[in-house]
Design a protein around this ligand. Sequence first.
Ligand SMILES: [Zn+2]
Length: 572
Amino acid sequence: MSRLASLARHAAPCPALRTLHRPAAALAARPATVRHYAADRTSNPAPAKSTGTSKPGAPTTTNAAATAPDHRAIGHAQQLFTFHTLSPGSAFFLPHGTHIVHALMDLMRRQYRRFGYREVITPLLYKRALWQVSGHWENYKDDMFAVLPGNGDHQHDLAGAAADHTVVAEDTVAGDRHDGCAHHAHAALAGDESGLYGLKPMNCPGHCLLFKNTRVSHKDLPMRLADFSPLHRNEASGALSGLTRVRRFHQDDAHIFCTRDQIASEIASALRMVDEVYALFGFPAWEYTLATRPDAFLGEAKDWDHAEAALRDVLDNLPANKAAVEASQERVWREAEGDGAFYGPKIDVRVKDAAGRSHQTATIQLDFQLPRRFELTYERADNSVDTPVIVHRAVLGSVERMFAILAEHYHGKWPFWLSPRQVMVVPVHEGAELVAYANKIKGVLAMQDHIDPVATPWHSDSHVATHTSRSRRAPIAVDVDVSGHTLNRKIRQAQQNAWNYVVVVGDREMAEGKVNLRASWENQREATFARLDLFPAVGRAGAERAVPLAALPDVLEMLGEPFVEAALRGQA
Ligand SMILES: [Zn+2]
């Protein structure tokens, strides 16, 4: 076995891989010696729990963990996702679950615009040659899905190709082992007539192809490519569990191609994104581990030393770390010496949820090897060429896994910006006129009120005027309860079904063009009312606030702005 192959069997070349394949028990058993720097962040407490017994931001470990909900039960009760035996390990996201997945991706897309990432859409299927150059075919094939075209004529050839894969792989990745025979990767990528394909388990090789297809100058770096592609990994069927161990998943994946000098600033920027997003989620704590050069490594020791020094410097300069040092407390990160992958050092992030349970989530991974395998180059200022470094990074990690963590962290009470059930309109009786008013409110919030294709064709001026004036606002997920139940029962049911706000309307509200806005759970109520006080038109009345219908979309838009909402929760 080649040196690389033997190394790679212990650490496949992508950060999330090790995460997914590390047994959960091993994760839980890792020593948590680091001080949880965010544990004191009482300005970002977790949302109130249904039990109301644990203080936000100060989770108790054992008791809370014992009573913590299971995301599978929440998913079933709220009709978020389901599975079928005909596609084991691949979730079917139902409409409400899909809403949450998209809200998470939208959040990351917004961060990408701020942090200078560009999103790409890349293929799912690649010829075997790609996986041979990346090393996956040799080292990770059993965890991948190989795909045969439907054409029966190929079947015989493919059977042969699949059988001799080891021999072919040995030949085509030889360039890597001989350290820089430049024609090998080019030749291997140019021709593969086997007809055999691999369904991608990670995005990196595809992004390398994108990079390789472009003439890249030093001015183009850092190049940050983000990708939400579905990924498939052949997890053992016995290991599959809910959304946490799946075969098909998505990542908020990105690869940063950069120079060695840009490593520190890119890592700092990636960590800042982690901090912002995790604070928004209201996680009570998260911690960083720097994993350094293992005994068996590839590349130059000086490159490793340089990169590790840069990462230590970034971690030392985290605002939270500087604050801790100033307060004569322990630093907020720890070092796992020799724990890095063979291809580069990495920073793993673990979060604590509201129940005090710890989860491996974000990872930021330097890679000196993949750019060499693909013979990637960029032009330096003096027209010479150099090899870029790749930073693999994910903030959410697996979107499915983060979905599960958040479902349990929030006890199924999704914050408004993430919630698939945002506003339930409840008429106090079901007279025709009042129900019409309730439906009008629904139309306004869902932005469906102007949809009348006959009266207002899409190309008419009035349609354009209406639409552009509101195009920045997102439609609200809203419904009307005309079940015929009593008012109290409707309100209680809306709360139980995790609707964030209940809008109650009676004859008086209809006459005045108002609604009564009621927040479904307590900490949300305080935050909401604090915000509503800023609107002079909004009245005060006990558990509800009277809001003019005309102002309701603006009020909800402000309440639903993710970072504002998190800040409000902090004040509550
Ligand atoms: Zn990657």
